[in-house]
Write a protein that binds this ligand. Structure first.
Ligand code: T4K
Length: 374
């Protein structure tokens, strides 16, 4: 059995095309394409309302947003992050001469373990970047307690966690600030894009300056900055997709439940679980392949890809095993044994509005072994 067209982990969700075209016409009519145009301002206001946060500054992508956030928080020396994350979390620090120090994760949540974080703190440590991996919130209280105890800053890479909550409050409200990704492969997208959410007025002001070269008014630069701005077309996509957010969330929930049903009872396979008390976008269908499953993780991925199910190994082999970290920190793996174990077992399966419930049940049948032939 082979799907006619490939099924991807990150096929984009696309809201009302008519509305998008209308926005684009209006953008052309106004002749205002970027630099805080009407769509960006409207999008930011709607994001603030949705997240219940004071400031939400849209960005060209989450990687630049992470760089700006780290710089705005004056992170230097060493900053603790997980290794089981997208490489951007580490690069955003390294590119500005800050050393990412990899701490281990919790075996169940795959998120930074506050006790492991504490073990990695040195006199050089200035901050922690928690990552809400696969949209499940970190142990935010635990990380905040470590940060407070050592007088260091805590921010979050919330690239996966738009639309998720922690103890009744939307992600976007925690730490000094939180960074979202609105990349095309995320459940909510603006083609490329991202945002920094914060309740800190001063930090928000600094971030706004930094995303626009440090300009305060015409001809007046008062701070170091870069170009992190979102353009009007991306903001229009954001406005359109916000209108479809509930529909998207419903599809992800439906697909997750279908996977749960279809994968139930398969020996050696463990599907990610979400806390029923929190909102979750369920945008990553993550399965751990154990030793008692008949195929290795890589064999399973090979079989699935041969059937046009483009499963992925996010985030194997871990940032510490990629350059430049592999060379700069050759012993990093010694401190993160849980990470080493988990990254070798993970498979991420396709979901989203491009993946039907029927497709999910066929994928599950393939995984169960019925469709796997030599
Ligand atoms: N922090 C974390 C924790 C992140 O996960 C990410 C990004 C970031 C920070 C940085 O955010 P951004 O700067 O990107 O805003 C993809 C995404 O490009 C990346 O945004 C995402 N995380 C990461 C997990 O996945 P790749 O290199 O794996 O992308 P690629 O091209 O292999 O695409 C993924 C799958 O999606 C493919 O199987 C094909 C499919 N796809 C992709 C695109 C772009 C489509 O079907 N349509 C599309 O338009 O990084």
């Amino acid at each position: 059995m082979k799907f006619e067209k490939p099924l991807y982990v990150g096929a984009p969700n696309i809201g009302d095309r008519q509305k998008f075209h209308q926005y684009v016409d209006e953008i052309f009519d106004r002749r205002w394409l970027t630099n805080r145009g009407q769509c960006v301002r409207e999008f930011e206001a709607r994001l603030c309302e949705y997240l219940g946060v004071k400031h939400c500054i849209t960005m060209c992508n989450a990687t630049v947003a992470l760089e700006i956030a780290a710089k705005a928080l004056d992170l230097k020396g060493e900053v603790i992050i997980p290794s089981m994350t997208f490489i951007a979390t580490a690069h955003a620090l390294q590119i500005q001469g800050v050393k990412p120090v990899f701490a281990d994760i919790d075996r169940n949540t795959y998120n930074l373990d506050p006790a492991a974080v504490e073990r990695m703190i040195t006199p050089e440590t200035t901050g922690i970047v928690g990552v809400h991996v696969y949209s499940r919130p970190c142990d935010i209280d635990g990380l905040q307690a470590v940060a407070d105890k050592h007088g260091i800053k805590l921010m979050f890479d919330a690239a996966h966690a738009f639309g998720c909550s922690y103890k009744g409050q939307m992600i976007g409200n925690f730490g000094e600030c939180e960074v979202f990704s609105f990349h095309g492969t995320k459940f909510f997208n603006t083609f490329e894009g991202g945002a920094i959410a914060t309740n800190d007025d001063k930090l928000a002001e600094k971030i706004r300056l930094m995303q626009n070269f440090g300009f305060k008014g015409f001809d007046n630069v008062i701070y170091i900055g870069t170009n992190g701005k979102m353009n009007e077309a991306c903001a229009a996509m954001g406005l359109v997709n916000l209108d479809s957010l509930d529909d998207f969330l419903a599809v992800y929930k439906r697909n997750y439940e279908a996977y749960k049903k279809g994968l139930a009872g398969i020996r050696g396979l463990k599907l990610i679980e979400f806390n029923a008390d929190d909102e979750s976008n369920r945008q990553y269908i993550v399965v751990e392949v154990g030793d008692d499953y008949p195929l290795s993780r890589d064999e399973l991925i090979e079989k699935l890809q041969a059937a046009n199910v483009i499963a992925r190994k996010y985030f194997w082999p871990g940032c510490h095993r990629m350059e430049p970290y592999k060379t700069l920190q050759p012993d990093a793996g010694n401190m993160i044994s849980v990470t080493e174990e988990v990254v070798a077992k993970i498979v991420v399966l396709p979901t989203g509005t491009a993946v039907s419930e029927e497709a999910v049940s066929i994928i599950c049948a393939l995984i169960r072994g019925q469709g796997i032939s030599e």
